[in-house]
Ligand binder design. Structure first.
Ligand SMILES: [Zn+2]
Length: 147
């Protein structure tokens, strides 16, 4: 349910783990404690876990824009300060693409003024294409709504 929000948190540069299906809340809460994470969920029953105290934030149903506004208010998030520094798929911090990574990329798509970043874990290359522009516009909207 919160998968899209998780991707946007990563797009903003936050270290966000998206829980895959099948894992129990207790196990996920333990992981959050161990790794110093907050636990975002839409499941009211999470409050029945003692381990949820101080780390669980139960979000209402709603679209991603509404949920982002709630997170902005709760955590004073900065949506642009570290934007596009993490892999959207696996959360790994991105590196500047080296020549080997650049060589695998269509040369006519590279613009000298746009940074090319690569994920050291999955090899995915990130550039400022239309997908980036859409996500960036949304992050900028959320950022502008902070004040
Ligand atoms: Zn990756």
């Amino acid at each position: 349910m919160l998968g899209r929000l998780c991707r946007y948190l990563r797009a903003a540069g936050y270290d966000a783990v998206c829980a895959s299906g099948g894992r129990r809340d207790g196990e996920l809460l333990r992981q959050c404690h161990d790794e110093g994470r907050y636990f975002l969920t839409q499941d009211q029953l999470v409050h029945e876990h003692k381990a949820a105290r101080n780390i669980a934030l139960i979000l209402p149903q709603g679209d991603t824009d509404r949920l982002a506004a709630l997170l902005t208010a709760h955590f004073q998030l900065d949506w642009l300060g570290r934007a596009f520094t993490r892999c959207l798929v696996d959360n790994t911090p991105l590196l500047a693409a080296d020549d080997a990574a650049k060589a695998k990329f269509p040369q006519d798509a590279i613009r000298p003024d746009e940074p090319l970043r690569v994920c050291p874990a999955c090899g995915r290359v990130y550039w400022q294409g239309s997908h980036y522009k859409r996500m960036h516009a949304r992050l900028a909207r959320w950022q502008a709504a902070r004040f």
